[in-house]
Design a protein around this ligand. Structure first.
Ligand SMILES: [Fe+2]
Ligand SMILES: [Fe+2]
Length: 180
């Protein structure tokens, strides 16, 4: 089986993020966003960094490494506010891990196909854009409406970081498309 890069959804990863982050309760939001951040930190960005590295694009690989580190910091920051939360794998995170494992298992195909790195960047851009403009601003507003200012400020801080990621990824994608 080979990867189908023409598919709109990068092996289901885009869909995972869209489904994982929308809940209407602040506590559920926090649990869900911690899951997403951990997933990005542990699986998605390390995998994308390998795609970039094996494609010979060290600059983009370093960017993905940096984003992966910061996603881990987001998870820690969010987790500090919810020491009582136990974050366990949901069917969605298990599915996302399976999808990333599939990319890992086909790393040679992904890395040698010029569309592989482009799709990784496009997926990252979509994920970061959703987080920067929808998810975290919405969480901050919700927490604020419930009088939970400390939580709202943590979400503001994460929002600023996701905006930075969105800009980094957009620039990398622009450079890749210009070079192609
Ligand atoms: Fe993040
Ligand atoms: Fe991010």
């Amino acid at each position: 089986m080979s990867l189908q890069f023409q598919e709109e959804d990068f092996m289901g990863i885009d869909r995972f993020f869209q489904e994982a982050v929308y809940h209407d309760d602040t506590s559920l939001n926090a649990a869900s966003s911690i899951e997403v951040e951990l997933y990005e930190h542990e699986y998605m960005y390390p995998t994308f960094a390998r795609v970039a590295r094996e494609s010979g694009n060290e600059e983009v690989a370093s960017m993905f490494d940096a984003i992966a580190r910061e996603e881990g910091e987001h998870a820690e920051l969010l987790r500090k506010l919810y020491p009582q939360l136990e974050v366990k794998d949901s069917p969605e995170t298990l599915e996302a891990k399976r999808l990333v494992a599939e990319i890992e298992s086909q790393m040679k195909v992904v890395a040698t196909d010029p569309r592989g790195l482009k799709r990784a960047l496009e997926t990252a851009l979509e994920v970061e854009s959703i987080e920067a403009t929808k998810t975290y601003p919405a969480f901050a507003a919700l927490a604020r409406s419930q009088g939970k200012e400390e939580i709202a400020q943590a979400f503001d801080e994460v929002t600023r970081s996701e905006v930075r990621h969105m800009h980094w990824v957009q620039k990398a994608l622009d450079r890749l498309c210009t070079a192609a």
